[in-house]
Design a protein around this ligand. Structure first.
Ligand code: NAD
Length: 262
């Protein structure tokens, strides 16, 4: 499957979890990739070069903190310099913090809004001119079931993800007559390193088994009681980037094991 050959894809938060799975799927389909995210420099370099060798595509890396406006500008400039444009933008980087509103630290609110929402606005603004010039583009935003429904103690995350859904629809409408689509994917719980860490911590905190944490705490809202697989989400993103999805824009697409069917 090489239908994304020579397309340039910038994927935020792609050194781990869902973003990394998306990088694999798009590279496998022939896209050149700009990785972004934090982590050990040696491990990231090993990852970058192994993606290049495995899929025979160009892979760059930007250490940009997506909360930093200037860093985003530089990342987009470097993507254009190294990969020839920005045809695909996946806004995936995200963080979480859990506390009731009355105790929620202001700086955590601001960080979550900056990383999970404002970065997607800024990167869309920076990448769209290149997509318009190329007369083709795909923006895929990674929100969450929390972009559609809420849970207690996650005010900033829920607000940011709902905001991302709204941003997606607006960008889609503005670009509706062009060959640029903008869609948002809303996953339920996905077993990424982040969630694996939570399972161990919660088991300790609640003094229950890890299986009980998965079933009764994390997957309480997810009727199928199974984690979403990162590679399945990546296949959905790949489809949204394909020409077969040209008629899909402004769509809010769930992969949440029935969560939002409640
Ligand atoms: P993860 O922690 O495994 O990966 C997050 C990535 O974002 C990492 O590469 C990290 O380095 C990067 N990142 C974090 N802050 C950054 C910043 N300021 N600048 C640049 N990069 C930054 O998490 P994940 O589970 O793969 O989550 C990816 C996205 O999917 C997030 O937006 C998250 O909200 C969303 N999501 C996750 C789940 C889940 O259950 N794991 C469910 C729904 C939605």
């Amino acid at each position: 499957m090489t239908h994304l050959k020579d397309k340039a894809a910038l994927i935020t938060g792609s050194t781990s979890g869902i973003g990394l799975a998306i990088a694999h799927a798009l590279a496998k389909a022939g896209a050149n990739i700009m990785l972004n995210g934090f982590g050990d420099a040696k491990e990231i370099e090993a990852l970058r070069s192994s993606l290049e060798k495995t899929y025979h595509v160009s892979v760059g890396y930007s250490a940009a903190d997506v909360a930093n406006k200037e860093a985003l500008e530089t990342m987009v400039e470097n993507t254009v310099k190294e990969l020839g444009g920005v045809d695909i933008l996946v806004n995936n980087a995200g963080i979480q913090y859990v506390a009731p509103v009355i105790e929620f630290p202001d700086e955590k609110w601001e960080a979550i809004l900056a990383i999970n929402l404002t970065s997607a606005f800024r990167l869309s603004k920076l990448a769209l001119p290149y997509m318009i010039k190329a007369d083709w583009g795909r923006i895929v935003n990674i929100a969450s079931a929390h972009g559609i429904v809420a849970s207690p103690f996650k005010s900033a995350y829920v607000a940011a993800k709902h905001g991302l859904v709204g941003l997606t629809k607006t960008v889609a409408l503005e670009q509706a007559e062009s060959n640029i689509t903008c869609n948002v994917v809303c996953p339920g719980y996905v077993k990424t390193p982040l969630v694996e860490k939570q399972i161990a911590e919660q088991a300790k905190a609640h003094k229950i088994s890890e299986d009980a944490v998965v079933r009764d705490v994390l997957l309480q809202s997810q009727p199928n009681k199974k984690f979403i697989k990162p590679e399945n989400l990546a296949d959905l993103v790949l489809f949204l980037c394909s020409d077969s999805a040209e008629g899909m824009t402004g769509e809010v697409i769930s992969m949440d094991g029935g969560w939002t069917a409640h």
